[in-house]
Design a protein around this ligand. Structure first.
Ligand SMILES: [Zn+2]
Length: 111
């Protein structure tokens, strides 16, 4: 991967990280749990969905943090399993990805 590709990747990841952080901050205040029983039930259901989403977003966020950290160390872009270079297109399509397509498919199959 060229230095230019790496820096464009970093820019993209930082932007995504900011979006995730602002989404997470917003979602904390959106559910109104005051109101009658139905409102409360709906509120609770919404909260559950939001918690699930938040968890996914937090996981994404930590993946991004890790990837950005690795970029800064100059240690990003190789598969953590086999050490082969992960294609730039793949790194762009799946932010923070740490496995090449071959290892990812193997891991998927072994799950
Ligand atoms: Zn691999």
């Amino acid at each position: 991967m060229t230095a230019r590709e790496l820096s464009s990747l970093r820019k993209k990841y930082v932007l995504l990280r900011e979006e995730l952080i602002s989404t997470l901050q917003k979602s904390e205040f959106e559910v109104d749990i005051a109101g009658d029983a139905v409102d409360k039930l709906q509120g609770a259901a919404l909260l559950r969905v939001q918690n699930q989403l938040s968890k996914q977003n937090i996981a994404k966020l930590s993946t991004l943090e890790r990837a950005i950290g690795k970029i800064d160390l100059g240690d990003y872009g190789n598969c953590e399993e086999c050490g082969e270079a992960i294609g730039f297109k793949r790194l762009e399509a799946i932010p923070g990805v740490s496995l090449c397509i071959v290892c990812a498919e193997l891991a998927e199959r072994n799950r």
